[in-house]
Design a binder for this molecule. Structure first.
Ligand SMILES: *Cc1c(COP(=O)(O)O)cnc(C)c1O
Length: 377
């Protein structure tokens, strides 16, 4: 089981090839005792590993000065582009430790390709796929102590990101770009067992208009989702559901997760509108579900269809998916126009069967029939 990064594109002109990554090891690495303490209760996004990866880009030099260095604050000029015009994109992925101690990532080239698509939308240079994968691998390798044992679905969350680091108050693509990778141990999303989330339907805010940047993984999309998320909390909900910006009729996705509707007749419907962020989890579920004999439909899906489907019994389960939680069941939809009740078999057999297939593969407990895993160590 030694998969390859077969879809990697050859180096482009802007890619100097990060083959030579210099390393400045941390002089004060976290003690083994402290790492063990953190890994016993990692939470999410609070603790960071001892190192970070950084590479810079300029039109003249392309990508250059790739290095692993001690994790620490950045010093930014107050006129740095990203602080003013939000030219920023990111990725989210995980490293999983298998029972034999080996460490793997899941479809990293898909994250690299998505970051290239995001780059094109936000007028960034593209980082070659091989360089992206190499940067992540090297960081995980040097900080491998921080990858938790795979029990309880603990893993190392990896956050690659790119920002306009030029210093200039002019509105144009930044002439200096920084790409970095940081990592943070992550505990299970579901402490105390998997239970369905309740979701709030916002009709006041949208996350992505046609021609906008909803299909890019850009920090700005999250900035615009925050008030809607606050509204969700105010209504006692865990997450917010966004509708299409044009007709406010079709379901798009949650703030950071894609949606699936399981039908009694074995069909699985997932919204496709051109403005959603297409998750790698979403894409993987399409292939997994088809292999399990389910029929997957990617199409427009209205709130009316959600409501009617649950009320008639045609929809039996609803779930959300993304790297952080893998798959989480969705219960009640709360909306100003009236709630849609929890579907009859929430946390039901289809959701949990797909979840198990995916998670077992990621943690090395099931065969990787698709060649999706990439060995780091
Ligand atoms: C990252 C993200 C997802 C999930 O993508 P995965 O690759 O499955 O983690 C879904 N929606 C939005 C808006 C996202 O930013």
């Amino acid at each position: 089981m030694r998969p390859s990064v077969s879809k990697a594109k050859p180096q482009t002109a802007t890619g100097g090839g990060l083959r030579r990554i210099s390393t400045i090891p941390s002089l004060s690495p976290t003690s083994d005792e402290r790492v063990a303490e953190i890994l016993s209760e990692p939470g999410f996004g609070h603790h960071f590993t001892d190192h970070m990866f950084r590479v810079e880009w300029t039109p003249h030099d392309g990508w250059h000065n790739a290095r692993i260095e001690p994790y620490g604050p950045l010093s930014l000029d107050p006129a740095t582009a990203v602080l003013h015009y939000a030219q920023e994109i990111f990725e989210g992925m995980k490293a999983y430790r298998h029972p034999d101690g080996s460490i793997w990532s899941f479809r990293p080239e898909a994250n690299a390709l998505r970051m290239q698509r995001s780059s094109r939308r936000l007028a960034f240079p593209e980082l070659p796929v091989d360089d992206f994968v190499q940067a992540v691998d090297e960081l995980v390798r040097i900080d491998q102590r921080w990858v938790p044992a795979g029990e309880d679905e603990n893993s190392l969350y990896i956050r690659p990101f790119m920002f306009g680091s030029g210093v200039f108050l002019g509105v144009r693509p930044s002439p200096h770009v920084t790409f970095m990778v940081i990592a943070s141990p992550a505990g299970s999303y579901f402490k105390g067992g998997i239970k369905p989330i309740t979701v709030w339907l916002t009709t006041e805010y949208t996350r992505a208009a046609h021609g906008g940047m909803g299909a890019a993984k850009a920090g700005g999309n999250y900035a615009s989702s925050l008030v809607a998320q606050q509204e969700a909390y105010a209504h006692g909900c865990d997450q917010v559901v966004f509708l299409d910006a044009q007709e406010l009729k079709y379901v798009e996705e949650l703030g950071g997760m894609n949606l699936y509707f399981v039908h009694a007749d074995g069909r699985l419907v997932t919204p496709a509108t051109g403005t959603i962020l297409e998750g790698i989890t979403r894409a993987s579920i399409i292939e997994l579900a088809e292999k399990m004999g389910l029929v997957v439909e990617e199409r427009k899906f209205s709130v009316d269809e959600w409501r009617a489907g649950v009320l008639s019994g045609a929809i039996t389960e609803v779930f959300a998916c993304g790297t952080a939680a893998a798959i989480t069941p969705v219960g009640r939809l709360v909306s100003a126009a009236g709630d849609v009740p929890e579907p009859p078999r929430t946390s039901g057999e289809v959701t949990m069967a797909i979840r198990k297939q995916l998670v077992d593969m990621q943690f090395g407990r099931a065969e990787d029939a698709f060649g999706w895993l990439h060995r780091i160590i």
